[in-house]
Ligand binder design. Structure first.
Ligand code: NAX
Length: 327
């Protein structure tokens, strides 16, 4: 059996946390031969800490053979101590009457503190996934607050958008979702993201050629993916949780264990390619191997795609400008 690795999860008593922790502890994220120590962070309030204790009791009651230890805390310095993986799920939700700008600033406070704590105490190889919204900008803030860690260790979750789009594509083209390759969602995890299936294939055949419907792309596919989160809230009365946790598991599993050449979408700091300014955390296609991701470079960008990619970039630049004075 391998030595245990430390996995920090923030917002551990929230609804995504509840759908996530049990799967990490059962080996679905890092493999059935990889013991884990869960280091869970929640707000200091009694209610949050009590809920966290309840989750820890349930984890205990699962008797997971791979669960080598647990820590529950309200202190990021404890939660991130020697962490090999950090899933930053907890964030300030948008309250009634709250402006988008206020939400950005509240979250900037949280992710500045957490970035600094990661910088101070986490493993130098820590793999950070930010799920809490606004995910790309929160990841950017954490990255900027951790100057002693490689910027490439910080990623944001676009995998849910990616998975949502795959299912829509599979349905439209009449192919199996697992057979689709070379698909990407560019940009921000928000309604401006751009799901791009120009390169996608199934069984080696081009999906764009199979679908051949620009109107469906612009007026059905892109809006359906963009509004999927709102559709879930309307139907369930709560935001996506199981599918979000599933996406987080997929993102981390692929980063840790490799995709075998397959593309996945990750929000990663731009290296300046595709006209995206360096450092902006932007959804792009990557492949992963040996615990590292590699951007898929050199894809042709047509006029429609350029406009879509610039629109989501403009939103990210606006978010970045809104927090620039804090960093
Ligand atoms: P919940 O409100 O159910 O849970 C959030 C938990 O985080 C709460 O228990 C809260 O006490 C805790 N928390 C808040 N601030 C914290 C802090 N500073 N340190 C530690 N814990 C803290 O929300 P949930 O449905 O679990 O969603 C969590 C976040 O994921 C939200 O920001 C949500 O917007 C975001 N999402 C991101 C998605 C993505 O694809 N990137 C999709 C799903 C989800 O909407």
């Amino acid at each position: 059996m391998k030595a245990p690795v430390r996995v920090a999860v923030t917002g551990a008593a929230g609804q995504i946390g509840y759908a996530l922790l049990f799967r990490i502890a059962s080996g679905e994220m890092l493999g059935k031969d990889q013991p884990v120590i869960l280091q869970m962070l929640e707000l200091p309030m009694d209610k949050a800490q009590a809920a966290l204790r309840g989750v820890m009791m349930e984890l205990e009651d699962c008797a997971f053979p791979l669960l080598a230890g647990m820590v529950g805390t309200d202190d990021p310095m404890v939660a991130f101590k020697d962490a090999d993986y950090a899933l930053l799920v907890g964030a300030m939700p948008r309250g009634p009457g709250m402006e988008r700008k206020d939400l950005l600033l509240k979250n900037a406070e949280i992710f500045t503190v957490q970035g600094k704590a990661l910088d101070a105490v986490a493993s130098r190889d820590v793999k950070v996934l930010v799920v809490g919204n606004p995910a790309n900008t929160n990841a950017y803030i954490a990255m900027k607050s951790a100057p002693n860690l490689p910027a490439g260790n910080f990623t944001a979750m676009l995998r849910l958008d990616h998975n949502r789009a795959l299912s829509q594509l599979a349905g439209k083209a009449g192919v199996a979702v697992g057979d689709i390759e070379k698909f990407v969602v560019w940009g921000n995890h928000s309604s401006t993201m751009y799901p791009d299936y120009r390169f996608a294939t199934s069984g080696g055949k081009s999906l764009q050629e199979a679908i051949n419907d620009a109107d469906w792309n612009a007026n059905i596919f892109i809006p359906t993916v963009a509004k999927r989160g709102a559709a879930i809230i309307e139907a369930r009365g709560l935001s996506s949780a199981a599918s979000a946790a599933n996406a987080a598991i997929g993102h981390m599993r692929d980063w840790a264990l490799g995709t075998g050449g397959k593309w996945v979408t990750m929000g990663v700091p731009s290296d300046g390619s595709y006209g995206i300014p360096e450092g902006i955390i932007y959804g792009m296609p990557v492949t992963t191997a040996n615990g590292a991701y590699t951007r898929v470079e050199g894809l042709p960008i047509d006029e429609f795609s350029r406009a879509a990619m610039d629109k989501t970039l403009a939103e990210l630049e606006e978010e970045r400008a809104g927090v620039a004075h804090l960093l």
